[in-house]
Design a protein around this ligand. Structure first.
Ligand code: GDP
Ligand code: MG
Length: 735
């Protein structure tokens, strides 16, 4: 076999020395076309393979900032060497690997020659080449180019690499904002087959973000329209990043590449006699924050602190919001005549959507806290620390980010979480992550928890949220382990998490990020949730009671009133809320209300949703759910916030005491059949049952419909099992 081998690396890494050691006198010096950069070529023969060896110009990067970079890149693309030997100076590994990452991102078959190990050793640096090789996914061979040590091993590795198929390009994750832009750009690029004959999809997108002059120019020549769209996306995300993080895409990309390297080195690749003064600030902070012992404790304390902050400061504004909606509900129900319209507006719209919107202040505080953790770079460290734990459960370090985005810190969303699993290269780990990430406590489950916590555990809100978070992580990990031992068996793959330097978040950036996400929540409540809420109201209202029954209830009510004296009726009609009623009047009022409640209850159970809920009750009773809760849970499949809005509508339709329109949580507390254990069971079920509809579609799109359906069946079965366990064991223990 004849093939071409390129030698690439930073200037002074030892390319020419290695080149000479390999080719001896059989060299040929020329120029790269059009530029005055030396091009040296030679031959190396091994096991009957003849290799054409080319010494590339030394570069630190593969952008298009210098002639050398363009020459090296063009050679790699146009002449497509079978193998590229990346010569790395072991004594300054971090800086050298920056180029390595870019070779790998370009998807070229690479073999790393770890050169100058004598110099490294002299400085007290030892490098675990096996580990580095595993993390990079390419052979890493220690050599000393000057003495020729390791040359044979290196060339044997080159031969092996030459015989395997080209690797998949490496994916470094560039943070939420850039990743969103990259995804959007990839669609545009793939749609137009734009330069994809030359470069990997993702790489083109990244080069646009880096403002790579050469690619921009090639793009415009190739297809001005697509180039325009890509440049627009680039400008938009650039402006956004400038505004929120006060940096620009190129810098962010470099930060994340270095973050990737830094994380690899922190996983024990390098053992170094440390000179503390040489450490950068980020490294010094990391000494504490990702410390093996202190790190996890600090992480849990921060999480608890965040919840404490959120619940403490949002309590008052949430109460205001609830008060506001109660007031509006009161106002409208006093103005509108009794009937369908009033029922729709009060029970369907205000009590439904209001219940969801009432939690906006809490959501806002939560998003603010998350923005601080994310913008400062701390979230990446959380993923880094949890990687070891995740491996035990058959997951991958990248799964951590997917979990966090999905609501690992309460308040995320499973849709971007599911998309974040794209960074996982092993399909099995990916499926396991896809299926379990929706167990996290997304922003839609948050109001459900907040409602039940406010009703039944008002004195330990943050503590409850903290416990729920631990339950969701524990449950997700155990479920993942179960899946990895059964339906998606297979070995786990090594992982590198980007650890970009810490940065002080700007207030402006935090505000923008918080507002963007809060607005999403509000918009969803005003559109999707409103629509579903109205639909469910209809399902809970129709078919209405048959006239004969209505008449029977009217007669009953009339009968009760007719037993009262005219004075008492008069007293009730003129009474204002504040005035104390006589005993007789109070008794009459209670009797009338009870009759009305019985009628409303009968109407609700006669409705379509009521009938379904009652049917399901025969099994759901094991978990402590009554038929109203069943309706809410069915609706929750559309979107989990709907659980709150449906309970709001159901208890609003069932109750007639509009004078005392109180918050839903207050209603639940006094409702017979509801107690703390019911709340626990419902929270566990809500946490684990089928992902919402949008997430299922997303899972299906990321894998297949088989897995989409599987997630619904598996998750719901698991959730029901857990809820029944909680309820039955709790009941047996007397709770
Ligand atoms: P290039 O810029 O990548 O072509 O690097 P060179 O091949 O010109 O090497 C740069 C310097 O590093 C030269 O002085 C080499 O002698 C020296 N060098 C190369 N390999 C080794 C090695 O393994 N150990 C040591 N100590 N020096 C080396
Ligand atoms: Mg040289």
């Amino acid at each position: 076999m004849n093939f071409c081998v390129a030698l690439g690396g930073n200037p002074n890494a030892g390319k020419t020395t290695l080149f000479n050691a390999l080719t001896g006198s059989r060299q040929h010096v020329g120029n790269y076309p059009g530029v005055t950069v030396d091009r040296k070529e030679g031959r190396y023969v091994q096991n009957g393979h003849e290799m054409r060896i080319v010494d590339l110009p030394g570069t630190y990067s593969l952008t298009a900032y210098s002639v050398e970079e363009v020459v090296a890149r063009d050679f790699l693309i146009n002449e497509c060497p079978r193998v590229t030997v990346n010569i790395v100076d072991a004594s300054s590994l971090e800086r050298n690997l920056y180029l390595t990452i870019q070779f790998l991102e370009l998807g070229i078959p690479t073999c790393v020659a770890l050169n100058m190990i004598d110099v490294a050793r002299g400085r007290g640096i030892t490098i675990d080449d096996k580990k580095l090789s595993r993390l990079l996914g390419v052979p890493v061979i220690p050599i000393m180019a000057r003495s020729g040590y390791g040359k044979k091993d290196l060339m044997a590795a080159v031969e092996t690499v030459a015989q395997v198929p080209r690797p998949q390009p490496l994916r470094v994750s560039y943070g939420r904002d850039l990743e969103t832009a990259i995804q959007e750009m990839e669609k545009v690029i793939a749609g137009g087959n734009f330069l994809t004959d030359l470069y990997p999809l993702r790489w083109i997108a990244i080069k646009y973000l880096e403002n790579d002059a050469q690619i921009l120019e090639k793009g415009r020549e190739k297809d001005a329209q697509i180039a325009d769209r890509l440049e627009t996306i680039t400008r938009k995300v650039g402006a956004h990043i400038e505004e929120t993080l006060e940096t620009y895409p190129e810098a962010m990309i470099a930060d994340h590449r270095y973050g990737f390297i830094s994380s690899m080195l922190k996983q024990g690749v390098v053992k170094e006699r440390h000179d503390e003064n040489r450490l950068f600030l980020s490294d010094r902070i990391d000494k504490v924050l990702v410390n093996r012992f202190a790190g996890p404790i600090i992480m849990l304390l921060l999480l608890m602190g965040l919840y404490q902050f959120v619940f403490t400061y949002s309590e008052v504004p949430v109460a205001w919001c609830e008060g506001l909606f109660a007031w509006v509900s009161d106002l409208v129900s006093n103005r509108l005549p009794d009937g369908l319209l009033k029922s729709l507006v009060v029970s369907g719209v205000i009590d439904g959507v209001g219940g969801v919107l009432g939690f906006v202040p809490m959501i806002l505080f939560m998003f603010f806290g998350i923005a601080v953790l994310e913008d400062s770079g701390y979230l990446a460290r959380v993923a880094f620390m949890l990687d070891r734990v995740f491996q035990i459960f058959g997951l991958h370090g990248s799964s951590v980010m997917a979990y966090i985005v999905s609501g690992g810190i309460a308040g995320g969303c499973a849709v971007p979480g599911v998309m974040a699993t794209r960074t996982l290269r092993s399909p099995k780990e990916r499926i396991a992550t896809l299926l379990t990430a929706p167990f996290m406590n997304c922003g839609a489950k948050l109001p459900v928890f907040a409602l039940l916590i406010a009703a039944f555990f008002p004195h330990s809100r943050a503590g409850m949220m903290f416990v729920l978070t631990l339950i969701s992580w524990g449950g997700a990990l155990l479920a993942a382990k179960l899946l990895r031992m059964t339906v998606v068996k297979g070995a786990s793959t090594p992982f590198v998490m980007e650890l970009p330097p810490y940065r002080l978040p700007t207030l402006r950036g935090l505000m923008i990020h918080t507002w963007e996400r809060t607005w999403q929540y509000v918009k969803k409540a005003g559109t999707v949730i409103l629509g579903i809420s109205v639909l469910l109201w209809a399902a809970m209202t129709f078919p209405r009671l048959p006239p004969s029954q209505i008449e029977a209830y009217d007669t009953l009510r009339g009968g009760i009133i007719s037993t009262a004296t005219p004075q008492v009726i008069e007293e009730l009609e003129t009474a204002t809320k504040a005035k104390l009623l006589s005993d007789a009047a109070t008794e009459l009022k209670a009797a009338v209300l009870a009759a009305d409640a019985r009628r409303a209850g009968a109407a609700l159970s006669h409705s379509l949703a009521g009938r379904i809920g009652i049917q399901v009750e025969t099994i759901s009773r094991w978990a402590g759910f009554d038929w109203r809760t069943n309706i809410a849970l069915l609706g929750g499949f559309a979107a989990k916030e709907v659980i709150v809005s449906t309970l709001g509508t159901a208890y609003s339709l069932g109750s007639v005491d509009t004078e005392a329109a109180e918050s839903l949580s207050a209603r639940l507390v006094v409702e017979p059949g509801w107690r703390a254990l019911t709340a626990w069971s419902l929270m566990i079920f809500t946490m684990f049952y089928a992902p919402c509809f949008v997430t299922v579609v997303c899972i299906a799109r990321e894998s297949s419909w088989k897995w989409g359906l599987f997630s619904m069946v598996f998750n719901t079965s698991l959730a029901f099992f857990l809820a029944v366990m909680v309820y039955q064991v709790g009941t047996a223990l007397g709770y």
